[in-house]
Design a protein around this ligand. Sequence first.
Ligand code: FE2
Length: 217
Amino acid sequence: MELNNKYILQLDLPPPPKELIKHIYDMEKMLEEMYPNGEPDTEASAVWNENFNKGQRKIIWFQYSTKLTEYTEAQNQIVDDVYSPYFKSKCRGMFALMKNRYPGSVSHTPIHTDRGRNMAINWILETGGDDVTTTFYNKERKSHLTYHKRATNYRIDQVKKEYAACLPKETWMAFNVQKVHSVENISTTRKMFSIIVEDNPNWYEFPTRYSNIIINA
Ligand SMILES: [Fe+2]
């Protein structure tokens, strides 16, 4: 499938080292053992967002690397060794687990712009279902010179859909996470590894800065 480079850039980078992938599965298992009914903070933010959407949207459990689960210094050193030559900046790893909160049905991420990074550089391990789409809407928050301290949430009646794609797994892709977006129709658990580039490039400078690694320019 050819991805529309107005929204998604496909990148030519080495696949994530195996031990960084293993960490994601280990942390998923640990979280499930610690919190069989869902992590309290994660549950609370899902409920908050469902209320924000006036009950019109079912929200996933969104877990990512936090204090408890983040990559060790040694693991982040591996990320830096592998990827900093491409980004000419320090790199570290992050992961995301997007777990369906409605078994037998599907749920979605909030419609949002990201905290922290201006761009996502993602490798999907498992899509989270057969019909999972990444959707972009017609609003955008300004990229941040350092980093956005908070995510912003949007209700479906505040935005219009512009583009949606079923993103493939095991492919490096980058997109603008200050463009309003969501992930729709998660039926299992979507798993992703991300590279966080310390100097936090934005969508508009990325193509000229990293033209050498973009496949679908
Ligand atoms: Fe996001």
